[in-house]
Design a protein around this ligand. Structure first.
Ligand code: NDP
Length: 451
């Protein structure tokens, strides 16, 4: 059987581009189709622009703190248009980097939508068909909005980077990563920010003590968080949106953003027609090697709805190339993934929450919450949390949770120790770096709880 390509990748995001590049470097003849912008969710409408907005939003607090440190300085006005222009120039630059990576590695790119016709045939929107020995689905996911009257008046995280002007007031709906991150961003940029979450506490699934502290601190900083509250209906009122909520209130906001989850992009790809199995939320079902029910078709990243994080998609893409093009069957490792949520304050976490660990085995909990020096001197009352969950039987650190400025940076390093199987005594043997916040992670002597 003759093929046009050894590998045809559908989707030019983090996972797809990495797999295409590494396979091409192994000598494979590779093509990639992308209907939108190269770089995918992470670069174009996710991690990168979000983090730049986090940085932008944090300056408001820094100006206030600088005054407490003796600087004669006044908070100014945030110029959204100036920031947005620079932001988009940066995204254009990064998109070109992604295109350059593919070009320099001789990956043939098609800037159009693709679908599968059979186990080895890809058809592009313009009707061209190509046969490939292997096909990799890396089409990512997209935000979903709830089915309620007037929902079309709301925006999603895809739209937030395109706003012509910042609204004066904004309602953010949801309690996950995206909702909590944007609540902090908008509040920091000076938008009157309200958040409705239907559950009892934001960030479901994470360590409860950490979630509680983040929620308190978000409220302290000015986000108007309403738990146990959801939107019933919305309708246009003047230039605003009137929102009727389950808590019996009706309020008008300039803008409403839904951060109510994401869905894998599997519609119209011809997948089920050729025997690729889809799961309940439309995700591509794969085995431990990212292989679908059709042996020539693999899938990586958010389209598989395993762990929806950029570095995980990249690892899955690398493991796919190792397996298929290097003859070295490799399973992507989904255990003990450190992650950061860029709430304000930031949250870094790896391993089991206290609740998950307690269900699994007897544990000791070491935790400390305190006012960090820098913020305390500036007159802020905000607290940070350092927390370790330790197995009583093995003494291994099963989980590490940090709520603090810079927690994302800290958890990357703590993650190495936890991944290596460090015990509490290994942490204790490490000399503290003084004066820092993170030194507390090696100086906690007595468990606060055990069970
Ligand atoms: P999540 O699944 O994390 O959160 C969705 C939120 O919306 C939950 O609070 C959920 O409530 C709520 N929700 C769902 N349906 C409805 C509804 N019909 N009405 C009201 N609320 C609803 O999704 P996100 O969109 O926040 O993020 C998607 C994924 O993207 C994350 O899981 C993460 O993997 C990734 N991501 C990672 C980031 C990072 O690493 N920093 C940043 C951003 C995204 P409930 O809890 O009750 O189900």
């Amino acid at each position: 059987m003759s093929f046009d390509y050894d590998l045809f990748v559908i989707g030019g995001g983090s996972g797809g581009v990495r797999a295409a590049r590494v396979a091409a470097q192994e000598g494979a003849h590779v093509a990639l189709a992308e209907e939108d912008r190269y770089g995918g969710t992470c670069v174009i409408r996710g991690c990168v622009p979000k983090k730049l907005m986090v940085f932008a939003s944090e300056y408001s607090g820094m100006v206030e703190d600088a005054a407490s440190y003796g600087w004669q300085i006044e908070p100014g006005v945030f110029d959204w248009v100036a920031f947005k222009t620079k932001l988009h120039a940066e995204l254009d630059r990064l998109e070109n980097v992604y295109r350059g990576i593919l070009k320099n590695n001789n990956v043939v790119t098609y800037d159009q939508r693709a679908r599968l016709v059979d186990a080895h045939t890809v058809e592009l929107a313009d009707g061209q068909q190509f046969r490939a020995k292997h096909i990799l689905l890396a089409t990512g996911g997209r935000p979903v909005t709830p089915d309620l009257p007037g929902a079309e008046l709301g925006i999603t995280s895809n739209d937030i980077f395109q706003l012509d002007a910042l609204p004066k007031s904004m309602l953010i709906v949801g309690g996950g990563y995206i909702a909590c991150e944007f609540a902090g961003i908008m509040n920091g940029l000076g938008v009157e920010t309200t958040q409705y979450y239907r559950g009892a506490q934001i960030l479901r699934g994470f360590d409860e003590e950490a979630r509680g502290l983040i929620c308190e601190e978000m409220c302290q900083r000015g986000v108007d968080v309403h738990l146990g509250t959801n939107v019933l209906e919305m309708r246009k009122e003047g230039n605003g949106i009137r929102v009727k909520a389950t808590n019996g209130t009706e309020r008008v906001f300039d803008a409403v953003m839904f951060a109510t989850g994401r869905k894998p992009n599997t519609d119209g790809l011809g997948l089920e027609e050729i025997g690729v199995e889809l799961g309940r939320s439309g995700q591509v079902v794969v085995d431990d090697y990212s292989q679908t029910a059709v042996p020539s078709v693999y899938a990586v990243g958010d389209v598989t709805d395993r762990v929806n994080l950029t570095p995980v998609a990249i690892r899955e893409g690398m493991a796919f190339v190792e397996t298929v093009f290097k003859g070295n069957p490799t399973k992507p490792d989904h255990e003990l993934i450190p992650t950061a949520i860029f709430t304000q304050p930031e949250f870094g976490t790896v391993g089991l929450s206290e609740e998950e660990a307690r269900d699994q085995e007897p544990i000791e909990v070491y935790a400390t919450s305190f006012k960090p020096m820098q913020q305390s001197f500036a007159g802020r009352s905000e607290r940070v949390l350092m927390k370790l969950i330790v197995s009583k039987a093995t003494r291994k650190v099963l989980g590490c949770h940090i709520v603090a400025p810079g927690a994302g940076e800290m958890i990357q390093l703590a993650g190495i120790a936890v991944k290596m199987g460090a015990t509490k005594e290994d942490f204790d043997r490490t000399v503290a770096v003084h004066p820092t916040m993170s030194e507390e992670i090696v100086t906690m002597k007595t468990p606060v709880r055990s069970g």
